[in-house]
Write a protein that binds this ligand. Structure first.
Ligand SMILES: [Fe+2]
Length: 277
């Protein structure tokens, strides 16, 4: 399965201090993305308090897009931004000072990393939704509050927040706490989308293959396809994302017990009755 869409990466050169420093490095990164199986990406430079502006991002994106076409690199790059959550974000969104993914209605948000969730988060998400935006939270597995306890994230997701896991979190590249939290999020069906959050052609991007192997083992090929192809497609067409219902800790155990019981019954009917006892 190839032909993925990456909804989170830093590929525009020299714009946010996180992505490639120059155009040649951006193009090298684009070639690396194609090698990893991506055919479309949304460039999401960091954006804080309106900087860089929507106009600046679009201008720099157009330059990169032109170069990719000129050099015939088979990667479609669409414009977007990764918005750091701050109290005035809803106001900026109302004034059109934020850039949604591919200029649609989905906003990629990030919380300050390795910190507690700010107390105004729920109200901020409510306000963004009231303005017609659909918020997606990038890498919740790196947020301290969620690493300790997933109940707030479960509540936010049940209330309409979408989430995006960083692919390399699955292999432990971001540390064991992040990896453990990513696993728990998957168990509770709290992951809807994936992103490389790549900053270059190396590092995180090169983890894609091994991480997707692990993920396929955990949730199956159809689950991976939903996160890397089907839902990104829905998102880029402005449709609602089809997502599963969140599992509470109790319902997760009930489901596991049910699975175990049905496996055991199947085993018994095949003369392997003691396998799971
Ligand atoms: Fe990012």
């Amino acid at each position: 399965m190839k032909g993925y869409t990456d909804l989170h990466l830093h590929i525009i050169p020299g714009i946010d201090g996180d992505g490639p420093a120059d155009l040649e490095s951006s193009l090298q990164m684009a070639r690396g993305l194609v090698e990893q199986g991506f055919r479309r990406v949304v460039a999401t430079p960091h954006c804080f308090e309106g900087n860089p502006s929507v106009t600046e991002i679009l201008e720099r994106w157009r330059q990169l897009d032109g170069e990719l076409k000129r050099r015939e690199i088979p990667l479609q790059v669409l414009p977007g931004a990764e918005l750091l959550i701050e109290p005035r974000l809803p106001e900026r969104a109302r004034q059109g000072q934020v850039l949604p993914l591919n200029r649609g209605r989905y906003l990629l948000l990030e919380l300050p990393l390795f910190q507690e969730v700010p107390p105004y988060l729920e109200e901020l998400l409510f306000e963004l939704k009231a303005c017609g935006y659909a918020p997606i939270l990038a890498h919740p597995e790196r947020v301290k509050t969620f690493q300790r306890d997933l109940s707030l994230l479960s509540r936010l997701v049940s209330g309409g927040l979408y989430t995006q896991l960083t692919i390399s979190s699955l292999t432990g590249l971001q540390g064991s706490t992040v990896q453990r939290t990513a696993g728990r999020m998957l168990d509770r069906r709290l992951v809807h989308l994936l992103g490389t959050d790549a900053h270059s052609g190396g590092g995180r991007l090169l983890e894609t293959g091994p991480a997707l192997k692990l993920l396929t083992k955990k949730i199956g090929a159809a689950g991976v396809e939903a996160m890397l192809k089907t839902r990104p497609e829905q998102l880029l067409h402005g449709q609602e994302l089809e997502i599963p219902t969140v599992l509470t800790e109790k319902s997760r155990w009930q489901l596991l017990k049910k699975k175990l019981f049905s496996n055991r019954r199947q085993g018994m009917s095949h003369g392997r009755g003691t396998r799971f006892t």
